[in-house]
Ligand binder design. Structure first.
Ligand SMILES: Nc1nc2c(c(=O)[nH]1)N[C@H]1C(S)=C(S)[C@@H](COP(=O)(O)OP(=O)(O)OC[C@H]3O[C@@H](n4cnc5c(=O)[nH]c(N)nc54)[C@H](O)[C@@H]3O)O[C@H]1N2
Ligand SMILES: Nc1nc2c(c(=O)[nH]1)N[C@H]1C(S)=C(S)[C@@H](COP(=O)(O)OP(=O)(O)OC[C@H]3O[C@@H](n4cnc5c(=O)[nH]c(N)nc54)[C@H](O)[C@@H]3O)O[C@H]1N2
Ligand code: SF4
Ligand SMILES: [Mo]
Length: 716
């Protein structure tokens, strides 16, 4: 370094009058990278920077979203006071007014339309404490059966598949530290390189150690580039592809017979079905050449260890839960589960995608992964909540089905916390129309999101920098997010808002909490003895140990690194295999003369979900400031679409306008559009409302569409 440069840095350093550090965790994906916000005061100006902090999962790494997360949290557009809509405009009101407004409207709605006319829509971006409390709030304070959350659109297929096959659902059956030592990896419908970037070194190390990596995705991504073999599957055909793999594995005798005999039920039926199939037919259906299916099956079957990871590409389908089960069938027949360096991973999505699905925000669920229709479970939770079992509502319906009930007039009020459903739900035009029918919509958010714009009342929530609580990461590791940054204006934490409303409704005795830790103490006890047992976890332990993998049933329990080593979680200890038909029960939309292309949707590195947060972050927004459509150049030419031009995409449900982006590596019959933008770029205006009948996951990954340029090509 030159003398001049050194002098410059020294002077800069002297200008810094004070530096503060705030411990926190990234507000975005399921890696839950631990980080620190650095605040430097230079004269009167404050300067911020985010740096990574060591921990067992992300090991100190951060991606660009984490590094820039503070930009939205510190953004001037944060809502700082309760806002009430008066004559179409939002005006500032006090918390006292907001609470009495809620009391008046909630009481009126339940008196006029019945207790179940009120609904709660939650989120997997809130902490365990808040997810737990929101479930309790719906059942105890509102007494409604209608509660569900955005995780329905995210983890429901994988969760239901793992529960059915293994008897329990924890995203990763093994901790990430085993990934570098596995010999063969299938990455099915997961784009970890863009969606969980700090996980990549585990997989890169595996590759260095000689692992063979197989990726399944209709398009090339930063993830598929790492693979040795890329199966460019037709959208929606993963279940059939898994049948092809199973067929080869079984027919080439790459199975682990002893494991199947001792540890699983249902093998005979699966064998019978897959051996009756023709590989060439599967190749035709899936668009994956049979030699590639054979190669993938042989590699996975013959290696001594192997892991399969699925994410939303396989799961966000109207047969998503069955498709995942078919990948689990592969693990069982090869005996690659419940062992060192062998297992399954559903790559969880949101920051608390794992924990928020364990503690009672789901329509049929209660804390500790207990079920609301199970009499024993009802008694346990009713006792902890200090109510009579008969007072506990029964199960409600899934997220999108609640919107249908709003449209039908059965639900007339909604309490929405931390989600933006008119951008994230399928059939977005319908969703917007339905939400407008509500008599009273309360949105709790940090910003005026597209959905909050429709609300009657918006309550200001604190950000990840301000709100302490536990988050369970994709490994199933419970982590404590410290938070000491002070909230702006009159912002409150989500848990405080829930407690305040409960008090206003006369239910304060059930919600006496003064801190997140106090809520966690109740959650521990409520989860005790359940599948997701957190009883042995305390804030003190989390601070000392840096994170604990559940189940952790007692204070002296170390946590559970690897699941299913001696038995699965079904009463007989065995895994349940199932026959998955090549042709799903709910037919998927197929390209036809009018709508000749498959549309699939997903994510890009720089934006997060509906983009409300990342579009506020200058550094992230600069990378991608608008949506786009990835299309193969030959397909583009066929429809007279040049590169980088505005195109209209239409489906049976609606239309959007985005810019074209030629890509020679996507399938010819498929286009891809990310879902991080709203209004005329909201890709969910195109997506169908069909749901997986088992888990009610929408089919976000398959729609039939047509495309045409807004301006015709002039030269041909
Ligand atoms: N940058 C970024 N990271 C995120 C998020 C974000 O919004 N942005 N969101 C977080 C959340 S909540 C989630 S759920 C996860 C999601 O993480 P992922 O599931 O990895 O992300 P997606 O892009 O939705 O889908 C993954 C891949 O599936 C492919 N795909 C599409 N259709 C099919 C199909 O029919 N079969 C197969 N096999 N593949 C298909 C897509 O081309 C895509 O590359 O990411 C988390 N991390
Ligand atoms: N087409 C298509 N649609 C999809 C998907 C897809 O792949 N394709 N993926 C689906 C998936 S996997 C998911 S997870 C959903 C996500 O869908 P949403 O839940 O709608 O997504 P977010 O953008 O996270 O919305 C969160 C909202 O809460 C606010 N917020 C953030 N943090 C907090 C907080 O701590 N407290 C409160 N009160 N508010 C907060 C944000 O400002 C934002 O407005 O989208 C689904 N929709
Ligand atoms: S977005 Fe995910 S990988 Fe990136 S810093 Fe945040 S938690 Fe880590
Ligand atoms: Mo998600």
């Amino acid at each position: 370094m030159t003398e001049l440069l050194l002098k410059y840095f020294r002077t800069k350093q002297q200008e810094v009058q004070s530096e503060k550090r705030y411990d926190t965790q990234c507000p975005f994906c399921s890696m839950q990278c631990k980080m620190q916000l650095l605040e430097q005061t230079i004269v009167t100006r404050k300067k911020y920077m985010t740096i990574g902090k060591d921990n067992p999962t992300s090991e100190g790494r951060l991606c660009i979203k984490g590094m820039n997360a503070h930009q939205h949290a510190l953004h001037k557009d944060r809502i700082k006071y309760p806002l009430l809509k008066k004559n179409g405009e939002f005006v500032r009101i006090s918390w006292e007014e907001a609470l009495s407004h809620i009391k008046e409207n909630f009481t009126k709605i339940q008196a006029e339309d019945g207790v179940n006319a009120l609904s709660v829509y939650g989120s997997a971006s809130i902490s365990n404490e808040e997810a737990y409390l929101l479930g309790k709030f719906a059942r105890v304070a509102l007494k409604t059966k209608y509660i569900d959350y955005n995780g329905r659109l995210c983890m429901s297929a994988a969760a239901s598949a793992a529960s059915q096959t293994f008897g329990m659902d924890r995203g990763l059956t093994n901790s990430l530290s085993e990934v570098p030592f596995t010999k063969c990896i299938i990455l099915a419908g997961t784009n970890i390189a863009e969606c969980q970037p700090t996980i990549m070194p585990y997989f890169e190390q595996a590759k260095q150690n000689g692992a063979y990596i197989i990726a399944v995705d209709p398009r090339e991504t930063a993830t598929t580039k790492m693979a040795d073999l890329h199966l460019k599957v037709k959208p929606g055909m993963d279940a059939a592809l898994a049948n092809g793999l199973l067929k080869v594995i079984i027919e080439e005798d790459l199975i682990d017979e002893a494991f199947i005999r001792e540890r699983a039920n249902g093998y005979k039926e699966v064998k019978e079905y897959v051996t009756s199939l023709e590989l060439e037919e599967i190749a035709e259906m899936t668009g994956v050449p049979s030699d590639q299916i054979q190669k993938a099956a042989a590699m996975f079957g013959k290696e001594e260890s192997g892991m399969i990871f699925t994410a939303r590409g396989v799961e966000q389908q109207t047969d998503g839960s069955a498709a995942v089960r078919n990948f689990l069938n592969i693990l069982i027949v090869t005996g690659k589960i419940g062992k060192v360096n062998s297992g399954y991973g559903a790559i969880t999505g949101q920051g608390n995608g794992q924990g928020a699905r364990e503690h009672g925000q789901k329509a049929d669920q209660m804390p500790g992964y207990r079920m609301i229709e199970n009499e024993e479970h009802r008694l346990h939770i009713a006792r902890i909540w200090g109510i009579d079992e008969t007072e506990l509502p029964r199960k409600g319906v899934s997220a999108y089905e609640m919107i249908e009930k709003i449209n039908e007039g059965e639900i007339t009020g909604m309490f929405l916390m931390c989600s933006n459903p008119i951008v994230s739900n399928p059939n977005a035009n319908f969703v917007k129309k339905a939400l407008k029918k509500l008599k009273f919509l309360v949105a709790v958010d940090m910003f005026v999101s597209e959905t909050a714009r429709l609300a009657d009342l918006i309550l200001p929530a604190s950000s990840y920098l301000e709100d302490e609580g536990t988050m369970t990461n994709l490994e199933g590791r419970v982590t404590l997010r410290e938070a000491s940054f002070s909230s702006p204006g009159e912002v409150k934490h989500d848990w405080q808002i829930i407690c305040d409303i409960a008090k206003a409704l006369g239910k304060g005795e059930h919600f006496p909490f003064q801190s997140a830790n106090e809520i966690f103490e109740e959650l521990r006890v409520a989860s005790r003895g359940g599948t997701a047992d957190y009883y042995g976890i305390t804030y003190d332990r989390l601070r000392k140990e840096g994170g604990i993998l559940w189940p952790c049933p007692s204070i002296d329990h170390k946590g559970t690194k690897r699941l299913f080593e001696s038995s699965f979680a079904h009463p007989d200890g065995k895994a349940a295999m199932v026959v998955v038909n090549n042709v799903p029960h709910v037919p998927k939309e197929k390209p036809c003369t009018e709508f000749p292309l498959y549309l699939t949707t997903g994510r890009i590195m720089s934006h997060y979900l509906t983009g409300v947060q990342t579009r506020k972050s200058a550094s992230l927004a600069a990378r991608n400031f608008e949506s786009y459509m990835e299309i193969h150049p030959e397909t583009a030419k066929k429809y007279h679409i040049s590169d980088n031009t505005l195109v209209k995409i239409e489906s049976r449900r609606g239309s959007i306008v985005v810019r074209s982006k030629w890509s020679a590596t996507i399938r010819h019959d498929t286009i891809f559009v990310p879902f991080h933008w709203a209004d005329s770029q909201n890709v969910n205006r195109l997506v169908s409302q069909d749901l997986d009948p088992t888990c009610k996951m929408p089919g976000f990954k398959v729609s039939a569409v047509k495309v045409h340029p807004i301006l015709e090509l002039t030269s041909h």
